[in-house]
Design a protein around this ligand. Structure first.
Ligand code: SAM
Length: 256
């Protein structure tokens, strides 16, 4: 079955909530040496304006695999359509910034030191990744998919793509000045045409599941997911819900 591309309109539906961590990450990026700013997994360019405002003199490149997201992306001097796993910059960047993208890649123990090694001296690697894989919003997707479609989904040997914060500290601190922290955002999701958490995960965490289901299978899967979500994230009278969402932040500054 072909893999569907990202949907920029769906993704943008919760822009305010999704931008907050990008801005919280950017706020911890120190002054930069000369060099390019790269937005890795830039998506539709949600962070481009804030990056430009903070580093107006730097050339800015967005990198993403998604043609649809890049088509919607504005605000970069250049964009490159490539997989982050294969990406190599033309010149050493001053900042590699990545908001909500690197959790789509495995092998962080190799990937993050590789990215850090690309930077100019004094350059910064700044990363935010959801660490929500154990929360009901994400765990139910795996549980329901494995129970309903065991021919396609088996998570018995699965490990979450994002490790615990102390793991990243041990990995990155030998390479430079390192900050690692987590924030759990208590997100208030407004009512809509489906459970608000389903609407939130639809454009991101749910994609790899629905991509492997036929339309009738998708309908059955979503009905089961909705039922589970109603128990895990009860709706207020107006149909809104509170959705705690945990995110991990890493900022590494290479020695000058
Ligand atoms: C949740 S969006 C985040 C977009 C943007 N950084 C933001 O803050 O809104 C994740 C993006 O990562 C991109 N992505 C996922 N895996 C990737 C990979 N292996 N290489 C390049 N881009 C990837 C997706 O195409 C998508 O645009």
């Amino acid at each position: 079955m072909p893999v569907a591309d990202w949907n920029p309109d769906l993704y943008a539906a919760f822009r305010g909530l999704r931008m907050r961590p990008a801005l919280d990450l950017l706020a911890q990026v120190p002054a930069l040496p000369e060099g390019e700013v790269v937005d890795l997994g830039c998506g539709d360019g949600a962070a481009a304006g804030a990056l430009r405002q903070r580093f107006p003199a730097a050339r800015m490149t967005g990198v993403d695999t998604s043609a649809a997201m890049l088509a919607a992306a504005q605000g970069y001097d250049a964009t490159t359509q490539t997989d982050i796993a294969d990406w190599w910059p033309e010149a050493p960047p001053a900042l590699i910034f990545s908001n909500a993208a690197l959790h789509w890649l495995t092998g962080h123990d190799r990937l993050l030191p590789r990215l850090a090694g690309m930077l100019v001296p004094g350059g910064v690697l700044a990363v935010q990744m959801p660490r929500q894989f154990g929360a009901p919003s994400h765990a139910r997707l795996r549980e329901i998919a494995a129970a309903m479609f065991p021919d396609r989904f088996d998570f018995r040997d699965w490990t979450p793509p994002v490790a615990a914060p102390d793991h990243y500290w041990r990995l990155l601190s030998p390479l430079g000045t390192t900050q690692v922290w987590e924030t759990e955002y208590l997100q208030h999701l407004p009512p809509g045409d489906a459970h608000p958490v389903r609407r939130f995960t639809k454009s991101t965490a749910m994609r790899p599941f629905v991509e492997r289901l036929s339309p009738p299978e998708t309908a059955a899967f979503l009905a089961a997911y909705d039922e589970a979500l109603r128990a895990d994230y009860p709706l207020a009278q107006d149909g809104a819900t509170l959705f705690p969402f945990r995110r991990l932040f890493l900022v590494l500054r290479r020695p000058p």
